[in-house]
Every structure is written in structure tokens, then in C-alpha cells.
Design a binder for this molecule. Structure first.
Ligand code: AP5
Length: 220
């Protein structure tokens, strides 16, 4: 059965880290809107140029641009058996548009929403220590260090620090999350597909909790 999963949670809670693991486990694609924007930025596409201003400022890229990008990605054949969305939807308009996309393309709805929670202080610590490679593999200098300094364990590329992981931008991103994305918790809770996950545990323990919650929500 096809499975569509939406990861919710503030910047730095571990959505990307966990979405990558769950995608491997369930053998469905991991779609990160942040990674899609960064890829466009790297290739200097029109979309990337449009997104850069908002990303650097810690603000959301406008809904119309984001929704169009996800619509084109979710309609690709590899999403027919499901997908894991990381960083989307992030506003009420995006959530409604996503419902419509799933309905039109696959006659289905969102199956499971893990909402990861971590204290603000720990979030700042995680974001400031994060390093990633150009292919989107994520590390942390203390909690998940690469085997070799500054080199990705998976693809051997050089690691870098994201522009928006600077202290001033982190504050703005956390504020945007509270104002624009946190209201989606209520949206998915009403459908009984959302489960809160304690993201302060270590990475393996969080994965186990997410898998247990997934089984619980999808058992019929
Ligand atoms: P995006 O890339 O989606 O960033 P984000 O939501 O701010 O989330 P992050 O990637 O910062 O954090 P994460 O939760 O994935 O944490 P991670 O696993 O890396 O978006 C960036 C920008 O793009 C936005 O600001 C916006 O401008 C734009 N954008 C994207 N989507 C959009 C949308 N839908 N609409 C409009 N604009 C959009 O983990 C963080 C660190 O902690 C890592 O170093 C990791 O190794 C470590 N870590 C993870 N889990 C643990 C653990 N359990 N214990 C210890 N360390 C851990």
C-alpha cells in the first residue's frame, strides 16, 4: 500500500536525519523542499535565484513557488508507492494544496505525521554544529561526526556549513516556524495521523520511536 508521510518540527529537530532513515526503511523517496531549493541554488536556476533571498533571510519561499515545485516532484513515477515529505507543508495553504495533490494524483491522503520536538536551546546547538555535503547528507560535529574531518562518509564530498545556520538567521527561522508552521500540528491532529516524538533522544532511539508510532498509526 502507498504511504505518504509528512515530517513536522522546528528547524534542527532532526527531520532530515530521520526522514532519510525512514525512506531507506520503507523504500520510498525522501523529498526535502530545503534540499530541492539548495540544489536549484547550486545550479543557479531561476527557481534557485528566486528562493535565495528568502532562504538567506530565514523566511519562507512564497507558497506559489513552493507548491509548484512539490507538485512537479510528487507526480514523478517514483512517488507512486509513497513519499516522505521533509520541510513541506509549512503553511496552511501548502497543507491544503498537498491534500489536493495527493487526491488528484493518487486518490489518497496523508497517512502519518511524526512531529519531532526538541527544546529551543538544544535546537540552536544542533543547527550551529551541523555540517552537510552538496548531496544533502547531514552530520554534526559533536553528535554525528564524520569519520574524516570535513569529508562526507557517504559520498566523499567536502562538508560545509549552511548559510542559514548563522545565529541571527536561526532566530528568525525559529520565529517563522512558531508563527506559520506550528499551526499545522492542529490540522493533522484533528485527523488522528499525528504523533509527537521526543527528538532529544539519540538518533537511533528517535528512529525506533518513529517506526513504532508509524506502525501504530497505520495499523488498520
Ligand atoms: P530546510 O532545509 O527545510 O530547513 P529546516 O526546516 O529549517 O530544517 P533543517 O534542515 O534546518 O533541520 P532538520 O529538522 O532537518 O534537522 P537535521 O536532521 O538536519 O529549509 C531551509 C529553508 O528553505 C527555509 O528556511 C525556507 O527559506 C526554505 N523552505 C524549505 N521548505 C519550504 C517550504 N515548504 N515553504 C517555504 N520555504 C521553504 O538535524 C540538525 C542537526 O542535528 C544535524 O547536524 C544532525 O546531525 C543533528 N541531529 C539530528 N538528530 C539528532 C539527535 N537525535 N541527536 C543529536 N543530534 C542530532
Amino acid at each position: 500500500m502507498a504511504t505518504y508521510i509528512v515530517f513536522l518540527g522546528a528547524p534542527g529537530v532532526g527531520k532530515g536525519t530521520q526522514a532519510e532513515r525512514l525512506a531507506e526503511e520503507l523504500k520510498i523517496p525522501h523529498i526535502s523542499t530545503g534540499d530541492l531549493f539548495r540544489e536549484n541554488l547550486k545550479n543557479q536556476t531561476e527557481l534557485g535565484k528566486k528562493a535565495q533571498y528568502y532562504m538567506d533571510a530565514g523566511q519562507l519561499v512564497p507558497d506559489d513557488v513552493t507548491i509548484e515545485m512539490v507538485k512537479s516532484r510528487i507526480s514523478r513515477p517514483d512517488c507512486v508507492n509513497g513519499a516522505i515529505l521533509d520541510g513541506f507543508p509549512r503553511t496552511s495553504a501548502q497543507a491544503e494544496a498537498f491534500d489536493q495533490m495527493l487526491k488528484e494524483a493518487y486518490q489518497t491522503e496523508v497517512d502519518f505525521v511524526p512531529c519531532i520536538q526538541v527544546d529551543r536551546e538544544l535546537l540552536i546547538d544542533r543547527l550551529s554544529g551541523r555540517r552537510m555535503c552538496p548531496n544533502g547528507h547531514v552530520f554534526h560535529m559533536v553528535y554525528h561526526p564524520p569519520k574524516e574531518d570535513d569529508i562526507c562518509d557517504i559520498c566523499g564530498q567536502k562538508l560545509y556549513q549552511r548559510e542559514d545556520d548563522k545565529a541571527e538567521t536561526i532566530e528568525k527561522r525559529l520565529e517563522v516556524y512558531e508563527n506559520q508552521t506550528a499551526p499545522l500540528i492542529d490540522y493533522y491532529q484533528k485527523r488522528n495521523v499525528l504523533r509527537f516524538i521526543d527528538g532529544a533522544k539519540d538518533i537511533d532511539a528517535v528512529t525506533m520511536d518513529i517506526l513504532a508510532a508509524f506502525k501504530d498509526v497505520t495499523k488498520k
